[in-house]
Design a protein around this ligand. Structure first.
Ligand code: CP3
Length: 657
């Protein structure tokens, strides 16, 4: 008798009946998946932790050596958490006596983020010299520290809590500090966080039904990561609508400590019993919980703008193949749209353009809406992208943006120095209200049937135009600025990130169903520079987007950056044609959807070659849910329209399932 029949006949539990079950177990991940699937569930496996032996805390040991080396190079140490502070000491004490550590710390500024850190520090013989006030977030740490100490030129060490706090680091660097991260943890997040991130997004989006926790550390990591990603509230709301199970009382206590409810514990604290209990009880728990949360939501006036997390599945477009692909759900065919689908290659576009300047077309909602809709109707693509430009936010920055015929964009007064940045006026995205108005018009025309993509440039790509004064090949001015004026760079990027987030949220309010972030030129950077100078800022834009609006994160020449781009965020990663789609997706562990990646020049070949190349890309995607067909970059101006139409038809026909 095989395993399956044995387990089915050994008990008469009803089974999950297709419920989506999220499990956070790491060591036994494969076994849990099998148990869930055997009982008829869809497993969402999201390992949430990894054990780190103390003596492997190289960063902590290195920090201790540097701290105790005569004249310490550190001016400030920030202790973020109680548990982390204790673990840091334990690691350091494997090499140095506690008294020497305490003496070294007494000679410099020590910051406690909150009461638990204060208690741990005092227990270990260190009196904090600065205490961040409530609510003890990174903002209070940064503002208190900056108000008491001149940070310029100081080296600041941050005892880190599993999840990096990019904002704190960027904020310190913007004030001239140099930052050393000292990660210490007995339990940390897994090296590959993508499956966990994907699970958190699914939970926030209402796309998971059951959660099972098998240790209290998992609970901490799950909530911490959700908060670091800016979706803490969405994830908690998601759990409230799910059936939540815990392996035993300690784990349950931790779940409740985060204000969440525990619905069931197994008879015995064993994995198999937990999955069995989940299968037996989930359906009835869900009925009860969902009735409750509906009542609560109805009374509590949810976010009036986008109450949507729980509403998303009811939106008329939720079942559209484009949105399904963004959520990595199976769709009847592979959706396709094309970057620059409304552009100069199209005669309808050129006819409008003959009579109006490019910026004028962007500024007049009826013209922008017309070319947006024409492209969709002519090509029969599966999404509209609003006709606009990533450079529009430069208009209210008053840098003298204009488009020269044939030369592309020109910025008359580029940003090259701190003084230039100071001069730049604060931007209110209301000045870009015409984009919102165009979105509303498109929404009214085709919104019931076609998802609409809003978009913006990512902070790096916008900065490159602002600094270079236009398009560039080498990004020499941009990169020199970044290397030589890192503080001003971070301040510029913070401002661009804020404007971009506000601009995208405005587009979403107006009716955009999806947003794409164009980091077209970020491939000019190596991974270290990306991580340090770009990732925190792009991450802060993406974190600001409501969890139920899919984000497409696109760049070109990013073969060396894909994992880092995924870390910055996005439900879909855009691929150009320089990577093999199958390789790239595997490298991303299939934890995100992918978009791409036909070479735009392929559209100049004949139709049979176009079809063969489209087929090759579909084969690389292998019918796996979560592929959006697109070019690797925008359609070029001389592209034959009938070839574009042939591509769209070919993809629909060849991918039909
Ligand atoms: O995709 C679409 O159909 C929506 C419209 C759209 C435009 N620009 C219209 C446009 C989108 C998504 C963009 C994004 C954009 N704009 C990017 C990122 C995408 C990419 O290509 O990497 C960038 C870097 C820009 C900046 C920009 N705008 C440049 C460099 C140029 C000149 C070069 C060119 O292709 O003409 C533009 C002008 C522009 N933006 C045109 C269009 C249709 C052509 C303007 C014209 O008609 O003269």
């Amino acid at each position: 008798m095989n395993q399956e029949t044995k387990s089915n006949s050994s008990d008469s539990t009803p089974g999950f009946g297709g419920l989506r079950v999220a499990a956070f177990e790491s060591r036994m991940a494969a076994e849990v998946a099998t148990m869930i699937e055997r009982r008829g569930g869809i497993a969402i496996i999201a390992p949430a932790m990894r054990e780190v032996p103390l003596e492997d805390n190289h960063a902590a040991l290195d920090f201790a050596d540097r701290l105790l080396a005569g004249e310490s190079e550190f001016g400030v140490v920030i202790f973020m958490t109680g548990v982390g502070t204790r673990a840091l000491f334990q690691a350091m004490e494997t090499r140095h006596p506690r008294a020497s550590i305490a003496t070294a710390l007494a000679a410099i500024a020590t910051v406690a983020r909150g009461p638990k850190a204060i208690r741990a520090m005092r227990d270990l013989g260190v009196e904090p010299s600065i205490v961040a006030p409530e609510p003890n977030t990174w903002r209070e740490v940064l503002s208190t520290l900056a108000s008491q100490i001149e940070l310029k030129g100081k080296r600041v060490a941050i005892q880190e809590y599993g999840v990096s706090n990019h904002e704190l680091t960027a904020g310190l660097e913007a004030r001239g500090a140099r930052v050393t991260i000292v990660p210490v943890y007995k339990w940390t997040l897994p090296a590959d966080r993508a499956p966990l991130r994907a699970a958190l997004n699914a939970i926030a989006a209402g796309a998971a039904d059951v959660a099972i926790f098998t240790s209290s550390n998992q609970v901490t990591n799950v909530i911490q990561l959700a908060e670091a990603e800016g979706i803490g509230d969405g994830v908690k709301r998601g759990f409230a609508r799910m059936a939540v199970g815990s392996i035993g009382p300690v784990c349950s206590e931790q779940i409740r400590a985060y204000g969440l409810r525990v619905d069931f514990e197994p008879e015995h604290s064993k994995l198999g019993h937990l999955v069995k209990a989940a299968a037996a009880q989930a359906a009835s728990i869900l009925i009860a919980n969902r009735a409750d949360t509906h009542r609560i939501e109805a009374g509590a006036t949810p976010n009036p703008r986008r109450p949507a997390i729980s509403n998303a599945p009811q939106s008329p477009l939720a079942g559209h193949p484009m949105l399904k692909a963004c959520r990595r759900e199976a769709a009847p065919y592979t959706p396709i749209w094309l970057m620059r689908q409304a552009g100069r290659y199209m005669p309808e576009y050129r006819r409008v353009r003959e009579r109006h300047g490019f910026l004028e077309m962007c500024r007049r909602p009826e013209l922008a809406a017309e070319v947006t809709v024409t492209a969709v109707e002519r090509l029969k693509v599966d999404a509209a992208i609003i006709f606009a430009d990533i450079l529009l936010p430069l208009i209210p920055m008053e840098v003298g943006l204009h488009f020269e015929k044939g030369d592309g964009p020109v910025i008359d007064r580029p940003i090259r120095t701190e003084a230039d940045l100071e001069r730049m006026p604060a931007v209110d995205v209301a000045a870009l209200g015409f984009v919102g108005d165009a979105i509303k018009l498109v929404h009214r025309a085709i919104g019931a049937t076609t998802p609409l993509i809003g978009f913006a440039g990512a902070p790096f790509t916008l900065a490159s135009y602002l600094i270079e004064g236009g398009s560039s090949r080498q990004y020499q001015a941009t990169k020199t600025f970044m290397y030589m004026q890192p503080e001003t760079w971070h301040r510029l990027m913070e401002r661009l990130a804020r404007i971009t987030a506000d601009y995208l949220k405005m587009q979403i309010e107006a009716g955009a169903d999806i947003v794409q972030i164009f980091d077209s030129w970020v491939g000019s950077l190596g991974p270290d520079d990306y991580r340090r100078f770009v990732l925190p800022h792009t991450a802060s834009v993406i974190a600001a987007i409501p969890a139920d609006v899919p984000v497409i994160h696109f760049g070109t020449v990013t073969g060396n950056l894909l994992e880092l781009m995924r870390e910055a965020g996005g439900d879909v990663i855009g691929l150009d044609w320089r990577v093999d789609l199958a390789d790239a997706w595997a490298r991303l562990n299939y934890s995100v959807a992918v978009q791409g990646n036909l070479d735009p020049i392929a559209l100049f070949a004949d139709v049979s070659e176009i079809r063969a190349r489209a087929r090759a890309i579909l084969d690389q995607a292998g019918g796996r849910p979560g592929h959006i067909f697109n070019l690797g970059h925008g359609i070029l101006p001389d592209t034959p329209v009938d070839h574009v139409i042939a591509l769209v038809d070919a993809v629909h026909e060849m991918s039909a399932r």
